[in-house]
Design a binder for this molecule. Structure first.
Ligand code: ZN
Ligand code: ZN
Length: 308
């Protein structure tokens, strides 16, 4: 096969646009996809600055790959080839992907929580991803796209799934107050999905640009005053603002670094999207920190759920 163009992670701060051979073979159970669109996730930016999911020193036990690695896990494209035994998709199918590699044998995998597989690998971090013209990955990751979903929208499947998973973990129900903390792509997905499910979203955001975007999308918004460090207090108050319901769900998104550095003590049932503890890649100075972050992150990865 001729080399493909790819954006490769070589080390923190060292991304290279280069021609590479595909490192994964098109073996049994694998598919090859010509990439149409690929989003840039906050994780990609984090890995560029301070890697925590990419382990330069290790060969990944499921993928067999060791950096350098091609980034990109939020993508869509068309299947161009399939390996032996693949019946999930066929050549010509348009697909997106659930990026989780899984062993299929550990306790989490057997219980259907493969996003928490003990080996927790991701396309685009643990194996070559879709910042390239072609990507190969296990067929079980492929999610066929219906005709009415464009390639462009299909590439948003993974961040949409994160928002949906957050609402599911919070047992969100129609009529409840939904406080969305941070209006990056995942926050926006969460608020839009929440509204479509009949929740009453309120968006908290520090960035004026993102706040304006939330307003343009028709959401009630709140801009905390960061100099007063009043965020936790503000969210507590806002969570109780809705007199019409007796319960609220807060979703804390990783896309607001200014917010995510603060521990937020909400009275709502659950903070998810990102765990509510202070997590920031730059503070992960020990392996224990890094492993804790990996564990916590695994709890919020996408999962298969019926779309509302
Ligand atoms: Zn992502
Ligand atoms: Zn597993």
């Amino acid at each position: 096969m001729t080399p493909v163009e790819a954006v490769r992670w070589h080390a923190a701060g060292d991304l290279r646009f280069e021609d590479v051979e595909l490192s994964l073979p098109l073996g049994p159970g694998m598919v090859e996809v010509e990439v149409a669109y690929c989003g840039i996730c906050g994780s990609d930016l984090a890995e560029f600055r301070h890697p925590f999911a990419i382990r330069p020193e290790k060969v990944h036990p499921l993928t067999g790959q060791q950096p350098p690695v091609t980034l990109g896990h939020e993508f869509s494209g068309t299947v161009t080839a399939i390996g032996e035994g693949v019946d999930e998709v066929k050549v010509g199918d348009r697909v997106s992907a659930d990026a989780c590699w899984r062993c299929g044998e550990c306790k989490a995998c057997v219980e259907g929580r493969y996003n928490q597989c003990i080996y927790s690998g991701s396309i685009g971090l643990s194996s070559d991803g879709a910042f390239a013209s072609v990507v190969r990955f296990p067929a079980y990751c492929a999610v066929p796209l219906p005709d009415k979903v464009s390639d462009e929208v299909g590439a948003l499947l993974e961040p949409l799934a994160v928002g949906l998973h957050a609402l599911d973990r919070g047992h969100a129900r129609a009529g409840e107050r939904l406080v969305v903390i941070g209006y990056g792509p995942v926050g926006a997905a969460t608020a839009l999905l929440g509204r479509s499910l009949g929740l009453d979203p309120l968006v908290c955001e520090l960035s004026p640009g993102r706040l304006a975007r939330a307003e343009a999308h028709g959401f009630e918004t709140h801009a905390p005053e960061p100099e007063k460090m009043d965020f936790a207090k503000a969210v507590r108050g806002l969570t109780f603002l809705s007199a019409s319901c007796n319960r609220s769900v807060s979703v804390h998104n990783c896309s607001s670094p200014n917010v995510s550095k603060r521990k937020i003590d909400c009275p709502s049932e659950l903070l998810c999207g990102w765990p509510c503890a202070t997590l920031d890649a730059s503070t992960a100075t020990t392996m224990a920190d890094t492993e804790k972050m990996d564990r916590d992150m695994a709890g919020y990865s996408s999962c298969h759920l019926p779309f509302p």
